[in-house]
Design a protein around this ligand. Structure first.
Ligand SMILES: C[S@@+](CC[C@H](N)C(=O)[O-])C[C@H]1O[C@@H](n2cnc3c(N)ncnc32)[C@H](O)[C@@H]1O
Length: 275
């Protein structure tokens, strides 16, 4: 067991306590292959590999390396065990399903898209995971409820404009010109839904600046830190936008990798994984 170097992708997913006492992880991101393209989604948790076939209607996000990374961090920290989990922007329900399998007391999933909600409901039924699903905008459908763990893989890719689509598939990745349109709302809205010991785990690309996420979470009254970083090759959307991102100085010329960052934000100081 060893600490992962910043940005390194290595085999296994082992929680490591560093000298500073913070959680360090070795994570492995499955390389997309034929099975992945056919809808099989895999992740590693507590030394066990899981593979599930996820139904994915057109217009629903295909669980990808960001999904895998968040699941591996979530499972390595055993964060869902016995907790009320909320998956915001659930897509096919991959995170919701992984949380249920990891021992969550209850799982709730929200998405703006009706097809995503149907996919999540079906995928959870097929894989015998209990999950309550809601269609709606971020925290709106669950206002007034409280959760011990919120997980989110929001849209975070910088786009040409600030317009956010509700019905087209770019809803899954477009985050406005700086990539932060949905991310910032998550940071601001989370405290009202977190239980006193609750935490939120967010994954996003460093292209939309994780230091801003830490600042926004802190401004919202949460205790936030980066849990892990992992460098992955650009996916299709980032490849298509590479020239625009270069022109705006958001990536280096010729850069075709991005760093994914998982951030933990706690309602109270002293929670698991808190600095
Ligand atoms: C990057 S995808 C992640 C899907 C899934 N959680 C995963 O990791 O595979 C982002 C998801 O957020 C949803 N979404 C985008 N804007 C939203 C909003 N304002 N409220 C709720 N869901 C939203 C999209 O429909 C999409 O399913």
């Amino acid at each position: 067991m060893r600490a992962a170097k910043r940005g390194e992708i290595v085999a296994g997913c082992n929680p490591v306590t560093s000298a500073s006492g913070s959680l360090r992880l070795d994570v492995s991101i499955p390389v997309p292959n034929e099975a992945h393209r056919a809808g099989v989604f895999s992740w590693h948790a507590a030394g066990t590999s899981h593979s599930v076939l996820l139904l994915r209607p057109p217009g629903v996000y295909r669980a990808d390396s960001d999904t895998s990374l968040l699941i591996e961090v979530m499972c390595a920290g055993r964060y869902p065990v016995g907790r009320r989990v909320l998956d915001i922007g659930t897509g096919t329900g991959a995170l919701a399903l992984a949380a249920a399998r990891a021992g969550a007391a209850s799982v709730t999933a929200v998405d703006l898209s009706l097809r995503s909600i149907l996919a999540t409901w079906l995928n959870c039924r097929i894989h015998r995971a209990r999950c309550t699903v809601y269609r709606g905008d971020l925290f709106e459908p669950v206002a007034g409820q409280h959760f011990d763990l919120i997980v989110a893989n929001p849209p975070y890719v910088p786009a040409a404009t600030n317009g956010l689509s509700r019905h087209r598939i770019n809803r899954c990745w477009d985050g406005g010109t700086d990539g932060r349109a949905v991310l910032d709302r998550l940071c601001t809205g989370a405290p009202e839904l977190l239980s006193p010991e609750g935490m939120m785990l967010i994954v996003h690309s460093a292209v939309c600046d994780d230091s801003v996420t830490l600042r926004r979470l802190t401004d919202a009254g949460l205790h936030a830190k980066v849990l892990t970083r992992c460098t992955v090759p650009f996916g299709p959307v980032m490849r298509l936008r590479a020239a625009m991102l270069e022109a705006r100085g958001l990536i280096q010329p010729g850069q075709r990798n991005e760093e994914l960052v998982v951030i933990a934000a706690h309602a109270s100081a002293g929670g698991r994984g808190v600095p």
